[in-house]
Design a protein around this ligand. Structure first.
Ligand SMILES: NC(=O)c1ccc[n+]([C@@H]2O[C@H](COP(=O)([O-])OP(=O)(O)OC[C@H]3O[C@@H](n4cnc5c(N)ncnc54)[C@H](O)[C@@H]3O)[C@@H](O)[C@H]2O)c1
Length: 318
């Protein structure tokens, strides 16, 4: 199906705003639904005349359905994506990721019961937890997340699966690797760059540096999400979204230091939590992406190149 009218929750955020750009470029009519908790209207300043922007909150809004009038496809991107916050605040991901998703699903099922809008959901590789199979395929199990964030995203996936079956809602779930690119407001690149801006002589890196993770540039990521959403023939699908292979975290400081034109920076690894960055951080992550590749999508940049491109994009915005 080629979408005509789409609603993007979280469309003012890092990934959501790139998704909005890509959907507009495809000629879609776009409504952005965002409470601006971490998103910024300035991420959409270049296209505000071309979209409907709704500053609304999926948790408190009693009238979500009114935003779905005539909508064929919902991209549910809104979330609290901060993995680290879960150890100190166990409620935030329940509220922002589970309850917000439930409220949206309720609105979707009620708005046009005989022909509800489809939903594409931005999930995460953290639902796999410390997987024993690498690269990890979509049908890996048991799924044992190790963060509140991963647990809440897995719960949201489960709700979508049940709503899809019970109410005939066409649904796609996308489990992202680490996504990098311009308009980032969190993640390793911006963390390291902010630290270096404060003190360009030394750089603290969370963990022992031996963590291995897969990265994808946001342009490849949103392209994969739209491509698979439009190509999907079945009622319900899961896809990993990432690149082949991984990069060792100890190699990322060099990418950042180069992008910032610095030298002689002293690297200090914290050791973290059992070598991972923090409690709840998955130390090794690499995704089996053959299912998404089989739809005809491909990525253009591997983990290293994605990080290099993103580092120079983010540096310009610092
Ligand atoms: N960035 C990554 O590497 C990554 C990796 C895996 C999955 N994801 C997922 O991708 C999605 C986008 O992440 P991001 O990195 O762009 O984060 P982000 O914080 O930039 O975007 C989230 C957006 O949702 C909005 N939002 C949050 N709660 C809301 C609510 N209750 N009502 C309305 N709007 C709300 C925020 O204002 C923000 O614009 C999230 O679902 C996240 O879990 C991101």
């Amino acid at each position: 199906m080629i979408c005509k009218k789409v609603l993007v929750t979280g469309g003012a955020g890092f990934i959501g705003s790139h998704l909005v750009d890509a959907l507009l470029a495809r000629g879609c009519e776009v409504i952005v639904y965002d409470n601006l908790s971490s998103g910024k209207k300035e991420f959409l300043s270049h296209c505000l005349d071309d979209i409907d922007f709704l500053k609304r909150d999926l948790v408190s809004d009693k009238e979500i359905a009114s935003a779905l009038d005539g909508v064929d496809q919902v991209y549910h991107v809104a979330a609290n994506p901060d993995v680290r916050v879960g150890v100190d605040d166990t409620w935030v991901s329940v509220e922002q990721n589970i309850i917000a998703t439930y409220n949206l699903l309720e609105a979707i099922r009620k708005v046009r019961p005989s022909d509800p809008p489809a939903i594409s959901f931005t999930s995460t590789s953290t639902i796999y937890g410390n997987a024993s199979v690498m690269p990890t395929p979509e049908d890996y199990g048991p799924l044992i997340p190790i963060s509140q964030y991963g647990a809440s995203k897995l719960a949201a996936e489960a709700l979508i699966a049940a709503f899809s079956d019970n109410f005939g809602i066409r649904s796609s779930v996308f489990r992202f690797a680490n996504v990098v690119g311009s308009r980032s407001t969190h993640g390793i690149l911006i963390d390291l760059m902010r630290k270096l801006k404060k003190d360009p002589t030394r750089l603290e890196i969370l963990g022992d540096g031996s963590q291995r993770k897969s990265y994808i540039h946001v342009s490849d990521c949103v392209d994969g999400v739209i491509h698979a959403t439009e190509a999907q023939k079945t009622q319900f699908e899961y896809y990993n979204v990432g690149t082949d292979g991984f990069i060792e975290i100890r190699n990322i400081p060099d990418i950042v230091v180069r992008a910032m034109g610095l030298k002689d920076v002293r690297l200090e690894f914290t050791g973290g939590h059992k070598g991972a960055g923090w409690k709840g951080d998955v130390k090794y992550m690499s995704l089996d992406i053959r299912k998404l590749l089989s739809t005809g999508w491909t990525y253009h940049h591997d983990s290293r190149r994605s990080l290099e491109m993103a580092a120079s994009e983010i540096f310009k915005e610092l």
